[in-house]
Design a protein around this ligand. Structure first.
Ligand SMILES: [Zn+2]
Length: 71
């Protein structure tokens, strides 16, 4: 009597995490977790492709953390 245990289960491949946020990717927007992250990535390389000129008159308002409570 020979009992061969045949495993008819396909090994689950580790899902690729979203390259944007690291969350499990969705089938709908593979390899991203959502269309949002997909857009972010697309936008990023689009920017690089078009090489948007950097403006000189760039303003960066720096305000101290208002939530800081130093007592
Ligand atoms: Zn994501």
């Amino acid at each position: 009597m020979s009992g061969t245990d045949k495993a008819a289960v396909t090994p689950l491949r580790p899902r690729r995490p979203c390259p944007e946020c690291g969350r499990p990717s969705a089938r709908d927007s593979y390899p991203f977790c959502s269309a949002r992250c997909k857009d972010i990535d697309l936008n990023r390389w689009l920017k690089g492709a078009y090489a948007i000129p950097v403006r000189d008159d760039e303003e960066t308002p720096e305000d101290p953390d208002p939530s800081r409570n130093d007592g």
